[in-house]
Ligand binder design. Structure first.
Ligand code: PEP
Length: 268
C-alpha cells in the first residue's frame, strides 16, 4: 500500500455555449485570473468546434485539461453528426464527458451506449468523466439507489477492475441540473458513499474520484466541498463567465478539507 494525493477537480461543462471566438476570449481572461495550484485540476468541456482553439490557448497551463462533451465509440464511419475519439484527441482533448444527463434524457443515450463510449475512451487513452444520476420522478419514487446501481452496473459489466483506475465519475442528480436546486452536502455525500460501496462490492477497492454536479455556484461550492466524499465539482451555468468561474474555483479550493490530510491508501 502507498499514499497517493487526492486531487481536487473543477470541471466546466459549457454545453452549447462559447463558439471559437468566445472560447478564445474566455481563455485570455481566465488565465489572467488563475494560477496553477498543487493537487488541483481544472477541466473544460467546450463545444466540439472550440476544443482546438481552447486547448491551444491553455497549453502552457499544466493544471488545465480539455475534453469533449460527447464522442462516438467507433473511431470512424457512417455516423452523420458524430465525432470520434481520435478526432477530438487530434484537436487537443484528453478527456471526455460520457453519459451526461442531457445526452441520456434529451438524446436517448442508453446505459449500454454510455458503457461502450467509456470503454472506447479508455482504450484510446483519454479519461472518461462518466455521469450518473436520478431524475426527480425516480427520486420521488424512492428509486435513487436502484437507478444509480443500474447505471453503474452497465459500466461494471464492460470494464475490468484495472480499467476503473482511469475512470472519473460525476454524481449529477438530474433534478438539480440547470434548475437552481442543488442537493444538500449531506445528500451528495450520501450518494457518493453509495457509489463507492457499489464499486467496492464489485471489486473496485481503490479510489475512483467522484465529482458532484447540479447547480453548483459561488454561493454553495464551499459547503459542498467541505465533504470529504466529494473530489470536486462538475459545473454548467456557473462556469460560463471567466471571472465567475475563477471565483467558484477560488472559494471551492479554500473550503476543501481533507481530514486524512488529503491522502488515500491505494494498493501499490
Ligand atoms: C452540468 O451541465 O453538468 C451541470 C451540472 O449544469 P449546472 O451546473 O448548470 O446545473
Amino acid at each position: 500500500m502507498k499514499n497517493v494525493p487526492r486531487n481536487l477537480t473543477f470541471a466546466a461543462n459549457w454545453k452549447m455555449h462559447h463558439g471559437i471566438s468566445e472560447a478564445r476570449a474566455f481563455a485570455e481572461k481566465f488565465l489572467a485570473l488563475t494560477a496553477p495550484s498543487d493537487g488541483r485540476k481544472l477541466w473544460f468541456f467546450p463545444p466540439a468546434v472550440s476544443i482546438a482553439t481552447f486547448a491551444a490557448a491553455v497549453k502552457q497551463r499544466p493544471d488545465i485539461a480539455v475534453g469533449a462533451q460527447n464522442v462516438h465509440w467507433e473511431p470512424k464511419g457512417a455516423y452523420t453528426g458524430g465525432i470520434s475519439i481520435p478526432m477530438v484527441v487530434e484537436a487537443g482533448a484528453r478527456l471526455t464527458l460520457v453519459g451526461h444527463s442531457e445526452r441520456r434524457h434529451l438524446f436517448g443515450e442508453t446505459d449500454e451506449q454510455v458503457a461502450r463510449k467509456t470503454r472506447a475512451a479508455l482504450a484510446s487513452g483519454i479519461t472518461p468523466l462518466v455521469c450518473v444520476g436520478e431524475t426527480l420522478a425516480e427520486r420521488d419514487g424512492g428509486r435513487t439507489e436502484q437507478v444509480i446501481v443500474r447505471q453503474l452496473s452497465a459500466l461494471l459489466q464492460v470494464l475490468d477492475v484495472q480499467q476503473w483506475r482511469d475512470v472519473v465519475l460525476a454524481y449529477e442528480p438530474v433534478w438539480a441540473i440547470g434548475t437552481g436546486k442543488n442537493a444538500t452536502p449531506d445528500d451528495a455525500a450520501q450518494i457518493h458513499e453509495l457509489i463507492r460501496m457499489e464499486l467496492g462490492r464489485n471489486g473496485v477497492s481503490f479510489y475512483v474520484p467522484i465529482l458532484y454536479g447540479g447547480s453548483v455556484n459561488a454561493g454553495n461550492v464551499a459547503s459542498l466541498l467541505t465533504r470529504p466524499q466529494l473530489d470536486g465539482v462538475l459545473v454548467g451555468g456557473a462556469s460560463l463567465d471567466p471571472a465567475g468561474w475563477a471565483d467558484v474555483i477560488s472559494r471551492g479550493s479554500e473550503a476543501k478539507v481533507r481530514p486524512s490530510g488529503g491522502f488515500d491508501l491505494v494498493e501499490s
